[in-house]
Ligand binder design. Sequence first.
Ligand code: PMP
Length: 369
Amino acid sequence: MIYLDYSATTKASKIVLDKYLHDNQKYYANPNSTHELGVLAWKQLKESSFRINKSFKLENHEVIYTSGATEANNLAIKGLALAKIDQGKHLIVGAFEHSSVISCFNYLANDGFTVDVVKHDASGLVDLANLESLITKETTLISIAMVNSETGIVQDLVKLSNLIRKYPYITFHSDLTQAVGKIELDYSLVDMFSFSGHKIYGLKGVGALVKKREIKLHKIIHGGKAFNEERAGTPAVPLIISLANALEIAMQDLKTNQVKVKEIHDYLLNELKALQDVVINSNSFSLPHIVNVSFLKMKSTDLHQEYSRQGIYLSQGTACASGKDSSSIIQRLTNSLDLATTSLRISLSHKTTKAEIDKLISTYKEIIK
Ligand code: PMP
């Protein structure tokens, strides 16, 4: 079995998993309970938020625990738009966002909000002049991911933040699900951001929206009093601790893992370039963890299935958009339906070996023979 779909999800690390099993036995009380065991669990939530702030080199942001990045994006986008409805109903979103972001904007557009999609250049970077031209006095939210999940293209956070900060009445949200643990960022440059445990060798079912405390959000999930005012429900304390653990490890190992991934990325790219009828859709702005490539000789649906049959797991677009005949992101980036219908995403990890890449390439040669 060869797993090359690390951007869809990762296998939880043994350290995180073992610690989770331990914490699950110890901190099982409801942190909303006021007895001693509940208070103990509550303290773990406080401690986790402290550790998460520290990992992101932030002072005292609010960490709202969610079931993952999808929920965090929903809370950020719908929560902010509805909270600031008296200020305006104009929203701006990036051109290459994940379905959990786009769907929220579509929902709000159907609900009477005006949504503008910012233009991008040929490299997939946000067209800053276009972004600025879209801003109005009514704009309340701009949401742009820093790393695209299909192409790995990384946006210039400093430039975006400098521009958006000229308009202090606008909240800047970023879906950082594909960025956390892969690249270094100054997290203080966004007002709020989403991330997820299962993308960083943590557990599935936990993520967070990290936000500046002064930002008010409309509730999306209603219920009783909870740790986070904006998100009702009994907090999953052991999962939340596991998120802090996974994040700490990801941040500690970031530089060493980056070097390993870059080496395997360069090896993969050389191998791909030696093949005929192959076009690399990722570009020099992409991080090394994601290589999007079109194998022109075969529809991606077929190649993906054939690879899968042979125990090689990669992705056709993102997992959340899989099953489609073509990738809309690749089509918009390259203006080519051919490239969009033949593209696959190979996502790498520090665990990926050259032997795995060799098998990927030799299997391809067998398939097209
Ligand atoms: N945003 C991005 C960029 C993603 O890649 C994903 C996962 N595919 C999500 C959001 C959703 O994350 P989750 O699975 O934690 O809901």
